[in-house]
Write a protein that binds this ligand. Structure first.
Ligand code: T5A
Length: 211
């Protein structure tokens, strides 16, 4: 059985992750791979129930520390029930947001202590880490404009203000700089096709996808 791979998509609001995730899944399935496409917060029934709690309501419904704990409660269930079983049977697990979103949203932008987040990563993830993380980067105003034009998703984090989103962008770029072996920054500006080509090039480059 071939080895499973774990790829995460990260970035600020409206960066185009969900759109590009679907395109990457189509590329990988066309190569005959089993793909598990999933998302956070959510991805398992229990984690989806926590998603309802954490994404709905006013911007200050939860403190950043409480959000961190809710995200990690959801993540533990998702890792146990979906991500690890998928990887164990050789699937490629492609996840829309994962632990870097907690570092960036609740940590860099929200002010939760990095030591708390690092401890949760150690004890809750127990070594389940992405092989590759694509960090979608684009100017904050472009991302928020895109996020406002797409329908049907939650608005709680989008309503936090420009300064929050600037800290968020810097937070994601700092993660990429600190962990260059795992992370690739994807320029998320331009057409859907141009971004798709950047994503596919990064996956081929980092994971030798044709092997
Ligand atoms: N969160 C999550 C935390 O705070 N901590 C955590 O630990 C985790 C895991 C999730 C929220 O939870 C927070 C972060 C988020 O605020 P969500 O509803 O799942 O919320 O939303 P997001 O993941 O933020 O997804 P978005 O929909 O905002 O952004 P995407 O997925 O990056 O963007 P996408 O693909 O939906 O595209 C947005 C719009 O832009 C268009 C699309 O058609 C769509 O209309 N678009 C483009 N337009 C022009 N050119 C392009 N190249 C385009 N690409 C996409």
């Amino acid at each position: 059985m071939s080895k499973g791979r774990f790829i995460t998509f990260e970035g600020g609001e409206g960066a185009g992750k969900s759109t590009q995730l679907k395109r990457l899944v189509a590329h990988l399935e066309a190569e005959g791979r089993e793909v598990v496409a999933t998302r956070e917060p959510g991805g398992s029934p229990g984690a989806e129930a926590i998603r309802e709690l954490v994404l709905k309501g006013s911007a200050d419904r939860w403190s950043p520390v409480t959000e961190t704990l809710l995200m990690y409660a959801a993540r533990r269930d998702h890792v146990e029930r979906v991500i690890r079983p998928g990887l164990a049977r050789g699937a490629w697990v492609i996840c829309d947001r994962f632990a870097d979103s907690t570092r960036a949203y609740q940590g860099a932008a929200g002010g939760t202590a990095p030591e708390l987040i690092a401890a949760l990563e150690t004890y809750i993830l127990e070594g389940t880490r992405p092989d590759l993380t694509l960090i979608f980067d684009l100017p904050v105003d472009v991302g928020l404009e895109r996020a406002h034009t797409r329908a049907g998703t939650e608005m709680r984090f989008e309503s936090k203000g420009q300064a929050f989103h600037e800290r968020l962008r810097e937070g994601f770029l700092a993660i990429a700089k600190a962990e260059p072996a795992r992370c690739v920054v994807i320029d998320a500006t331009g057409t859907l096709g141009a971004v798709e080509a950047r994503v596919w090039a990064a996956v081929i480059d980092r994971l030798a996808v044709h092997d």
